[in-house]
Design a protein around this ligand. Structure first.
Ligand code: AMP
Ligand code: MN
Ligand code: MN
Ligand code: MN
Length: 282
């Protein structure tokens, strides 16, 4: 995410605290090595990596923004809301995230049962060594286990065959309410940003209603340039940002050097007329 001023920004990525493969410290060092200047670690529903991420980032001369990616259910589908510039110790945020994580272990057992019915037994025991944080077993960890066990050649194939939102082993969850996620982020002093809006399977009408509700709740931004968007979608969501008056954010959504299509700091800059989500936070 470099621009002509030489600023390189990456405000969305994951560590072993959620479903990334590198420790918070290693992700920070990799971001710095790759030229990132303004950085945020945004683990799913969990902030326990923030202090190490911040300390390492600052030791490398990067500007750090506290971050999180909260799982939300809206109209029976999962959406992700990124919080940037948060105070990770804010009690309402900490408690909200704890409640959001609760139920993941039981869900993991149900996913394992589904996989057993599909001919892949023992996945619950198999997945545990892949989850760096026992409170945060995600579908990505199952995907890595199934690759290692030889059922699929790579993580993407596991999602395509079994674990996508429509896949036969998927177990839907009731995640946080949109209003709660936004209020936890705001209470913690952060800016709320819709992650990878191009990835959701809403109708156009639903998506417009979602953006309008998010805006009404005080939500400020959307990701425009993300590793989850095609270049065509950069333009599409840049226009959404203009239409709704949203701040624009950018991030690789880096999880792993092997699995991720986009490495830290590798995406193009935002269109210059958009207001960056990190403005006012750095
Ligand atoms: P969970 O929070 O356990 O439902 O897992 C969600 C994570 O799984 C996302 O953050 C992605 O890292 C990954 N994921 C979800 N859907 C897909 C997909 N279709 N292809 C690849 N990865 C996916
Ligand atoms: Mn993930
Ligand atoms: Mn996401
Ligand atoms: Mn993510």
């Amino acid at each position: 995410m470099s621009n002509e001023m030489g600023t390189c920004v990456d405000l969305h990525c994951h560590s072993t605290v959620s479903d990334g493969v590198l420790s918070p410290e290693s992700v920070a060092l990799r971001a710095a090595q790759r030229g990132v200047n303004i950085w945020s670690l945004t683990d799913h529903d969990e902030v326990s990596g923030q202090k190490l991420a911040r300390a390492t980032a600052q030791s490398q001369g990067m500007t750090y923004l506290g971050g999180v990616e909260i799982s939300v259910t809206w109209a029976n589908q999962t959406v992700h809301i990124v919080g940037l510039g948060i105070d990770e110790d804010h009690p309402a945020l900490v408690e909200g995230l704890r409640a959001t994580r609760a139920g993941r272990a039981e869900r993991a057992k149900r996913i394992s049962d589904n996989l057993a019915r599909l001919g892949m037994p023992g996945a619950y025991e198999g997945v545990l060594p892949f989850a760096g944080n026992p409170e945060l077993i995600s579908r990505t960890h199952f995907a890595r286990y199934l690759v290692q066990a030889g059922y699929c050649p790579d993580v993407q194939t596991v999602f395509d065959k079994y674990l996508s939102d429509e896949g036969p082993a998927h177990e839907p969850m009731q995640w946080a309410k949109l209003a709660c996620a936004v209020s936890w982020i705001h209470g913690a002093g952060g800016v709320a940003v819709v992650a990878h809006p191009g990835r959701y399977h809403y109708t156009q009408t639903q998506l417009a209603a979602f953006f309008a509700e998010f805006k009404d709740l005080g939500g400020q931004g959307i990701e425009v340039v993300t590793g989850s968007h095609t270049p065509h979608q950069y333009h599409e969501y840049a226009q959404v940002a203009r239409d709704y008056g949203f701040l624009a954010s950018c991030g690789s959504d880096f999880h792993s050097p092997i699995e991720s299509r986009h490495d830290l700091g590798s995406l193009p800059g935002l269109p210059s007329d958009l207001v960056p989500a990190w403005q006012g936070l750095v």
